[in-house]
Design a protein around this ligand. Sequence first.
Ligand SMILES: *Cc1c(COP(=O)(O)O)cnc(C)c1O
Length: 379
Amino acid sequence: MKKNWPNVYKELGIKPVINARSWVTVYGGSIMKPEVINSIQEASSVFVDLEELHEVAGEFVSKVCGSEMSIVTSGCAASIVLMAAACITGMDRDKITKLPNTEGMKNEILIHKGQRNNYDKAFEIPGGKLIEYDNESLEKKINKKTCAIAYIIAPFFDEGIGLQQTIEIAHKNNLPVILDAAAELPPRENLTKFISMGVDAVGFSGGKGIGGPQSTGILTGKRELLEAAQLHSFQNLHTTKAAIGRPMKVTKENIVGFITALKLFMEDDEILENNLWHKKAQLIKDKIKPQDGLKIYIDDKYPNRQGPTVILSFESNYEGPKSEKIIEGLSNNDPKIFVGGGLNDGHAYMDEVHIFVHSLEEVDINIITNKLNKIIQSY
Ligand SMILES: *Cc1c(COP(=O)(O)O)cnc(C)c1O
């Protein structure tokens, strides 16, 4: 059995890869369901008033999130830009048009030093200045120029003093907490959880666990902040000159595709979905040939954002190739196979191989396990 190579990619000379590294940006986010693709096609057949569509889409998202107001953005990174901009300017139209020049404005955004990451540039795009704090220094770093406290939830990131306590300290000092929770779906409960904990705004990716177009995302939260964010956004096509969010366009097709994906995501039974993923994980585990000292198990803790995951770890009597060699060998395959673990995976180095199963088809599973068995036995 060979992996499907769609003509559109064949003509461009681009080969599909096997993504066992979860809904990561670099391999294209997620695979959209046929219903999502169909809705995009339908949406593309007529013109609409984009502001009206944005309005309705935002209301739908707010219902799902139990929040006061929402914006469908061009991705979580765009959500970060807009929420940072909103914290810097509030509703002041004069300030809004001045961004990214933030001279004389409150522009300092506090961030835990263990939560610095590849996406935090987005807080600075509208003119924000990231100021690092550690577990002891949050309150000490708050001053007249502080406009927000950023918080990032992602695997292997430092939780610092925790989200709840961060919110308490922020609110005691009249500051908003703006949260990047891009890839924290599933579990679906996170759509409402952070809002109900009291964060002022939160961003999620639309093109990861939700399964929408890769260039979509959610910004949701308190009305006061979201109204300011909207003035900065692409959505505000008429009333603001030179909005900082103008380049972060969300098309009618993307809005409709995203809403369809979000509806399907909410309808899916998370337990059934998890059971299905567990079966795939079990199949992979069964197909890997046992070796002395090679520990193969399924990390099944629930809710786990990426579902049941096959983990390979290595005991002291194991003599074969370990994570780096295995990951390299898999990525040199035709088609290329990408897995998690090793140096690859966010902040942590783990001498483990992590196989995320949710996006794998049967053919992928066969290709992965065949290659994996060859690599492991070649030593
Ligand atoms: C993926 C990700 C982003 C960016 O999200 P997009 O939807 O791709 O813009 C930001 N922060 C974190 C932690 C992410 O994992």
